[in-house]
Design a protein around this ligand. Structure first.
Ligand code: ADP
Length: 677
């Protein structure tokens, strides 16, 4: 039962964050998908449409514009009287285009004499159009739209084929910024200008609509499609009043030039020609496009060309289904939440920005290569919203964790303090009774020596040995307490380390002799260095004691001192039991004692080397050990010479002193050798 509970708890802990992430991502995606960010979406749409890989304009579409140069040359207002249009049509007949789309609002075309409009020029216009139709050239008039619906051309032009040709501006449905992004394909079931022309030319089957077509049934029954632009739509200013587009756009000729024949041969042959008005001071001749939202910049004539191009090449943009947007929004939010909750703050920021950039690039590629429009606004808003929601949550979690750590740490410090106090108390209180036992035993041994038999004397000797051991243990514990509570302060003085070594070795001679061991010394003359003499003695005592203790009887110990720039090195070498690699790794941790048959019989606290290391490091020194099992050990301690570098004035004197000492040592050695001989 307990096991099941434990597993369930572990499971719950593991699943908690993924469940929170998925749940939060689902809720956020749901909320965002029910909000519209049309302005942002429109901006992103325009960015995608106007940048990157563009569809090439079909140069089979040619434009004829009633431009400023035409208006000036003819000295009439745009869109010119009907006689000019009739003559243009008669001229077009000879130029043999594939089709003629007439995008001039014929209701605005007049003639001073209305009778002439209907009889002579009206007739000439219609008969030219009919002749062209008979010769296989499609002629289609584009008509405007007002509140009453399609505005039919005036008689007799009304008899000619005509279809609605108006430029749709984004009003209340999408971005409300009057930019032309979509075009009508059908109105009340009837094809509009571009659809009709494409159908007449056989690009589109009758009754069919271009890719991405969709229906909106509001006040009118309209069908639309988001069409693809084919290159920049901005008009380039010219001084001669002729319209000019960016290179690579549709060819455009001035109405005036067509009339006067100043056009390249076969410029219209087998082309779809669109005729329209394009004068700089008529705002009705311009629209706003994704390329520019500046008035008087993008000619409607060019927008018509782009729509027609998109219809005949089936270049409509398809909107991805809503579920795709839901899924994408959910996925990106979940990824951001996951990243922010599981990485460092910097990684979180990088992941968020990276994800936004990656999504943008993928959406752009899908849009331009596949013509599929995945909504970008909700996922992008979701990425940043997810980030801003995850950060405070992460902060709360981190704060809670830190608080837990802090409490645990405080508890540990308290326990440590308690333990130190307890140890110090116990060891302090032990000192007096141990000293008394020691004292009494010594007195007994002295005073009653003649009354005691040998066995009793041996027993009292053992009692004294044990109290010695106990004393050493108590001293180590007290030393440890001083170290752990940082109560060690160095009492530095310039000392010849060799003197300290000699004194320590002297202290161990009796102990060594008792075990048949000898302690050799090989001391190089040294500069005095600044050390705490009592701590250095403790270090040496411990190392020599260990060397003797952990070597079998009869095995000698050597203490070496030498200068190895920039250190003074002291080596304590034995040929004892040695140490394994694992033992060497733990040697300097407190209370560590190697466990083997030999050490089990030797008493110790496991504190000596820990304290040694601490004392050496307090002098900015280093401890090292070289050893292998059964091959003896060498403990090396190094003290920096630097701290003891003599002052410049004393330097010379010191060097002389050192030289003298070396000389004396040499003489002593020589004498000894002679004596031996
Ligand atoms: P202890 O009081 O046990 O000697 P130390 O801290 O001085 O504590 O030494 C830790 C352990 O390191 C010892 O228990 C022993 O196993 C090992 N050790 C220390 N010096 C030597 C040595 N010269 N040769 C072999 N083992 C040693």
């Amino acid at each position: 039962m307990l096991e099941v509970k434990r597993i369930l708890k572990k499971f719950e802990q593991k699943l908690r964050t993924p469940v929170i992430v998925l749940f939060a991502a689902a809720i956020l995606a749901l909320v965002l998908m029910n909000l519209e960010f049309n302005l942002l979406e429109a901006k992103l749409y325009d960015m995608r449409m106007s940048r990157g890989l563009q569809a090439k304009p079909d140069r089979g579409i040619v434009l004829v514009s009633i431009d400023d140069s035409t208006v000036k040359a003819i000295d009439e207002f745009s869109p010119l009287p009907l006689d000019f249009h009739a003559r243009l049509l008669e001229r077009m007949e000879t130029l043999r285009p594939k089709a003629l789309g007439y995008l001039v609002d014929m209701n605005r075309v007049n003639q001073l004499d209305p009778e002439l409009f209907r009889s002579e020029w009206g007739k000439r216009f219609t008969s030219a159009a009919n002749r062209m139709e008979a010769a296989g050239i499609s002629v289609l008039l584009g008509t405007p739209y007002d509140v009453t619906g399609e505005v039919i051309p005036p008689y007799p032009l009304s008899a000619l084929p005509h279809a609605l040709a108006f430029i749709h501006k984004d009003g209340n449905v999408f971005a409300d910024d009057k930019v032309t992004r979509r075009a009508m394909t059908y109105l009340d079931g009837k094809p509009v200008f571009h659809t009709e022309l494409a159908q007449r030319l056989g690009y589109l089957a009758p009754g069919k609509a271009p890719r991405g077509n969709y229906r909106i049934e509001q006040i009118i029954d309209g069908q639309y499609f988001f069409f693809r632009y084919h290159g920049d739509t901005t008009l380039h200013p010219t001084t001669d009043g002729k319209a000019k587009f960016a290179g690579g756009s549709y060819p455009i000729y001035s109405f005036k030039d067509v009339m006067s024949g100043k056009i390249p041969p076969r410029a219209f042959e087998d082309k779809i020609v669109l005729v329209g008005s394009l004068t700089k001071d008529d705002s009705g001749d311009f629209a706003l496009t994704p390329y520019s939202k500046t008035p008087f910049t993008n000619p409607k004539l060019l927008v018509h060309a782009n729509i027609l191009d998109a219809v005949i090449h089936d270049h409509g943009i398809v909107r991805a289904p809503t579920w795709v947007s839901y899924a994408v929004t959910f996925l990106v939010i979940a990824s951001v939440l996951w990243w922010v909750l599981h990485s460092t703050p910097l990684q979180g920021v990088i992941a968020t920005l990276g994800l936004a950039a990656a999504f943008g690039i993928i959406a752009q590629a899908v849009f331009q290569l596949q013509g599929v429009w995945i909504r970008e606004s909700q996922p992008l808003v979701g990425i940043f919203l997810g980030y801003y929601l995850a950060v405070p949550y992460r902060l709360i979690v981190e704060y809670k964790k830190r608080w837990d750590y802090q409490r645990r740490n405080e508890l540990l410090i308290q326990v440590e303090e308690l333990k130190t106090n307890f140890l110090s108390l116990v060891t302090h209180d032990l000192k007096t009774p141990v000293a008394r036992i020691q004292g009494l035993s010594e007195v007994l041994l002295k005073k009653a020596a003649d009354r005691l038999i040998d066995r009793d004397k041996e027993t009292i000797g053992n009692i004294l040995n044990s109290t010695d051991e106990l004393n050493r243990f108590i001293s180590s514990i007290l030393e440890l307490n001083r170290v752990e509570s940082n109560r060690i302060s160095l009492n530095l003085e310039s000392k010849d380390v060799n003197q300290l070594i000699e004194r320590s070795v002297e202290g161990f001679k009796a102990q060594a002799r008792a075990r048949g061991q000898r302690i050799e010394m090989a001391l190089e003359p040294l500069f005095p260095i600044k050390v705490d003499a009592s701590l250095i003695s403790k270090i040496l005592n411990n190392l020599i004691d260990n060397a003797l203790k952990y070597s079998p009887e009869g095995c000698d110990v050597v203490v070496i001192s030498r200068e190895v720039e920039p250190f003074v090195e002291i080596l304590v070498k034995d040929s004892g039991i040695g140490l394994t690699e694992a033992e060497r790794a733990n040697l300097f941790t407190r209370f560590y004692r190697a466990k083997n048959d030999t050490t089990a019989r030797i008493t110790g606290t496991g504190l000596g080397l820990y304290l040694t290391k601490y004392f050496v490091e307090a002098h900015d020194g280093q401890v090292a050990v070289e050893s292998a099992p059964g091959q003896g050990s060498t403990f090396i301690i190094r003290f920096p010479l630097g701290s003891a570098a003599p002052a410049p004035a004393a330097e010379q004197a010191s060097a002389i002193l050192k030289g003298l000492t070396r000389m004396i040592a040499g003489i002593k050695k020589e004498k000894k050798e002679k004596e031996n001989v």
